[in-house]
Design a protein around this ligand. Sequence first.
Ligand code: NAD
Length: 447
Amino acid sequence: MKIAVIGTGYVGTVTGACLAKLGHEVVCVDSREAVVKMTAEGKPHISEPGLAEVLMAAVKSDKLTATTDLKAACEPADAVLVCVGTPSRQDGSIDLSQIEAVSGQIGAAIAKTTGYKLVIIRSTVLPGTTRKLVLPAIEKASGKKAGKDFGLCMTPEFLREGNAVEDFANADRVVIGELDAKSGKTAEEIYAPLKAPMLHYGLETAELIKYAANSLFATLISYSNEIARVAEKHPGVDAIEVLKSVEFDRRITSDGKPTLGWTSYLRTGAGFGGSCFPKDVAALAAYAKEAGFGAPLLEAVLEENARARKAAVALAQKACGGSLAGKKVAVLGLAFKPFTDDVRESASLYIIPMLLAKEATVVAADPQAQANGARELGAQTNLSFAATPQAALTGADVAMILTAWPEFKLPQDEFIKLMKTPVIVDCRRLLDGADYSKAQVFPIGRG
Ligand code: NAD
């Protein structure tokens, strides 16, 4: 099928490249010229394992092109996939301006076309958005009728950054929210080569499934962090051990054998980040508040997440004997998780300013997210960046592991050789299981 992917960010780039790999003819559209140029050359503008190979192969086989011309991409397309951003407003509510604008643009682009087209919303949007905002905007700008002249679906994206290409290829299921049966059937044709179960729902159910999933994962993380605070009060008690044992319960893992499924979110750390969990939980909570019933549990999940970041700083302070003033802190990790360069809502963006406010000097390193982290944090007194973890650790009083990059799991002798004092605050439990007996490790969640 001919598919136009509108929005070539993290989701759009992966979706476009992977759909081309499935055999579709894809045109990636973005308003950012630099993004379009790189994509057209087969070079991803984001860092994601395996993406460079898939994208380059798609471009070389003429299965994928890129343009800033939305109209030219939509006119010949059988399907238009919308992957634009749905960020948070200041109050946490969802900002649908990109969705609204792109719906009008798609409507205008298909106004004079003949034949049936399917529009698919892939962005994360609150229940009711596709039917009440997207549909009328396309109808108004195109003069066409939904369900007759064009189809409409909402198929949420479940990929995890750092594993996105793999997640696309091995989707657990494809959720198809459909306006009508014809829309759903056309969407199914796009995803059919994936061999994943196709689950059909109404538009609003599909929209809510995405929020329900992300809210559950975020809730598990905040719950784990609360358990961690209790564990830390008791010498010898380790929250990781406690949570792993909880997983053995057959009410949680049906066969009593923990897997790396949803229970992998039963882990303590420095809080969740990224472009999805914080904004999606906040959007659902804001929606519930505006609707009059509220979502106190989700609000608490966010509050606990902010506390997890403070707890990481408190642990560093404790590791430094009570004060961070004048201490050199090597921050290992700027990305919100390993194997990505994405720093959106990353713990580092919250923790580094707290360290600086406590008069520490910070040297940060990240294998892939350094440029993004430096841009987000801006120039600040006492903040610098190092090209390698070794350079960041040199002369440091304390190291804080904020992202579980394998590169940071250095042998203890290296920490000892490089640092002024080998004190390591392990906020991702990266060092678990290895011998750090000669260093002083403060693992988050362990009493
Ligand atoms: P992003 O900000 O990285 O990308 C959005 C892109 O859309 C940008 O490149 C922007 O320039 C482009 N854009 C916006 N309006 C446009 C227009 N009118 N015409 C052309 N281009 C336009 O966002 P993302 O992380 O890729 O997320 C996209 C959506 O997918 C969001 O709703 C997000 O919640 C959802 N989602 C993201 C992830 C993830 O891991 N990042 C996972 C699942 C779902």
